[in-house]
Design a protein around this ligand. Structure first.
Ligand code: SAH
Length: 389
C-alpha cells in the first residue's frame, strides 16, 4: 500500500480520532487515481491507519480506521454489519432508518438508508464512489432480503470530489414509491423525486416528542416536506395539523400520506413559510403549536450571518402566532450553527417580543445518525421545545 507522510505535528487531530486529512497537512500529494487506498503515517513514520485518497479534494485523505486494512468487499461487509448491529439495538424492527452514517460509522463519504427492502446509497467521496460495486455486493450479503438498491447522488458536494451528479437504480428493482411505517404511521416516499434519500429519517424520535405535545392542539408544521411532523401530530390527536412547504411535490406526497393513514385532521398548503407566517401574524391568527424545521441555511462560514437572520425571523414570527401555553418547536440542521447559538437567537427574539419561554426538551439526530465525538462535523441537528408562559 502506498504511504503518505504528514507534515511535522500534523498527526494530533488524526491520532485523536478525526478522520479528515487536509491537503496542506501532507508532505506530498502524488498523482494517484482518485480513491486509492493509502497508509497515512506521522512525520516520524508511525502508521495512523488506512484512508482513501483524492488529490482533487481539500479533504485529501478520509481515514477508515487506525490499522492498515484491505478495502475490499469483505471490509464493507464487516463495516455494514457492525453499523446494522448498532441500529438493531436502538431501533429494533425499524422499517425506515439510516443503516450507515458516514464518518459516525467510520465510513467517511458513504451513506446507506433503508426503506423496507429498498436501500438508498449516497457516495460523497471518490474513495467510496469508485467502490460502488463492492458496496452493492456487501449490501446484498448483509441484507439478503433486499430487492433493490438506488443511488441518490445528485449532491452538490460531489463536485468537490470531481464526481458526477447521478441518480438511478444500481441493482435489482426499485418501485416508484416505497411505503414504510414510522412511529406507527404509514409513509410513502418517492425515491426518484424525493429530497435527501427520500425522507428525513433523522427526525424520527423528535416527531414522537412533538406528537406527545400535540393532543387537542392546533399545530402548524412549517417546512413539512412529505408531512412528517404534521402526520405524527394528527395521529396523536391534534384538533388540526397544517403543514406548509414550498415544494409542490412534497405537499402532494404529504396529502397522499394523510389519506394513506385516514387522517382527516390535517391539511397541507404549498407556500413560502416566511410569507405564510407573516400573513398569519398580520391577520392575527393564533396556534397552539408551531414547528419550525427549515432546510440548512448555511453550508459555508460566509453564510452564517444570513442563517442567523433567517432563524431569528422564523422564530420571532412563530412566537407572534403562539398563544400563552403554546409550544414552539424549533429545529436546525445547519451544522455551522451550534445549539447554544440557536438558543441565543430564540432567547433574543423572545426578549424583544416580551415573551417568556421555558425550555422543555432538547433533542438531536435520531440514534441511527450517531455523533462521532472526535468529529463535531457529524453533529448537525438541533431540536428545541419551548413552552410559552
Ligand atoms: N419537517 C420535514 C423535513 C423538512 S426539510 C420532515 O419532518 O420530514 C425542509 C423542507 O423545507 C423541504 O421540504 C423544502 O421543500 C422546504 N422548504 C425550503 N425552503 C422553504 C420555504 N422558504 N418555504 C417553505 N418550504 C421550504
Amino acid at each position: 500500500m502506498i504511504t503518505l507522510q504528514l507534515k511535522p505535528k500534523e498527526h494530533h487531530r488524526i491520532a485523536q480520532g478525526h478522520l479528515w486529512v487536509f491537503r496542506d497537512e501532507l508532505v506530498t500529494t502524488p498523482d494517484l487515481p482518485a480513491g486509492t487506498a493509502v497508509n497515512v503515517v506521522t512525520h516520524e513514520g508511525l502508521s495512523l491507519g488506512t484512508g482513501l485518497y483524492n488529490k482533487l479534494s481539500k479533504i485529501t485523505v478520509r481515514m477508515l480506521g487506525t490499522t492498515e486494512t484491505n478495502i475490499d468487499t469483505k471490509f464493507f461487509v464487516e463495516r455494514i454489519r457492525a453499523a446494522q448491529a448498532l441500529r438493531e439495538q436502538f431501533l429494533p424492527n425499524e422499517e425506515g432508518y439510516r443503516v450507515l452514517f458516514g464518518e459516525s460509522d467510520l465510513m467517511s463519504g458513504l451513506i446507506i438508508d433503508r426503506y423496507r427492502n429498498t436501500m438508498v446509497i449516497q457516495m460523497l467521496s471518490a474513495g467510496m464512489d469508485v467502490r460502488k460495486a463492492e458496496i452493492i455486493e456487501a449490501i446484498q450479503t448483509v441484507f439478503p432480503e433486499v430487492t433493490g438498491i438506488v443511488e441518490k447522488n445528485q449532491i452538490a458536494t460531489r463536485k468537490k470530489e470531481g464526481l458526477e451528479l447521478v441518480d438511478g437504480v444500481v441493482w435489482g428493482t426499485v418501485p416508484e414509491t416505497v411505503q414504510f411505517t414510522e412511529n406507527g404511521i404509514k409513509i410513502s416516499v418517492d425515491l426518484v423525486t424525493g429530497q435527501k434519500t427520500g425522507y428525513f429519517l433523522d427526525q424520527k424520535i423528535n416527531r414522537q416528542t412533538a406528537a406527545a405535545y400535540s393532543k387537542n392542539k392546533r399545530v402548524l408544521d412549517c417546512f413539512c416536506n412529505v408531512g412528517g411532523f404534521a402526520l405524527n401530530a394528527a395521529a396523536a390527536g391534534a384538533t388540526l395539523a397544517v403543514g406548509i412547504d414550498s415544494s409542490e411535490i412534497a405537499v402532494a406526497n404529504a396529502r397522499k400520506n394523510a389519506e394513506l393513514n385516514r387522517l382527516s385532521n390535517c391539511e397541507f398548503i404549498k407556500a413560502n413559510v416566511f410569507d405564510y407566517l407573516r400573513e398569519q401574524a398580520e391577520a392575527g391568527e393564533t396556534w397552539d403549536m408551531v414547528i419550525l424545521d427549515p432546510p440548512s441555511f448555511a453550508k459555508s462560514r460566509t453564510a452564517i450571518r444570513g442563517a442567523v437572520g433567517g432563524y431569528a425571523e422564523l422564530n420571532r414570527t412563530a412566537m407572534k402566532l403562539l398563544r400563552p401555553g403554546g409550544i414552539l418547536i424549533t429545529a436546525s440542521c445547519t451544522q455551522l450553527v451550534p445549539e447554544h447559538d440557536l438558543m441565543d437567537i430564540v432567547y433574543r427574539e423572545s426578549a424583544r417580543l416580551r415573551v417568556r419561554l421555558r425550555l422543555m426538551h432538547r433533542g438531536g439526530q435520531s440514534p441511527d445518525h450517531p455523533v462521532l465525538l472526535s468529529m463535531p462535523e457529524t453533529h448537525y441537528l438541533k431540536f428545541l421545545v419551548f413552552s410559552v408562559m
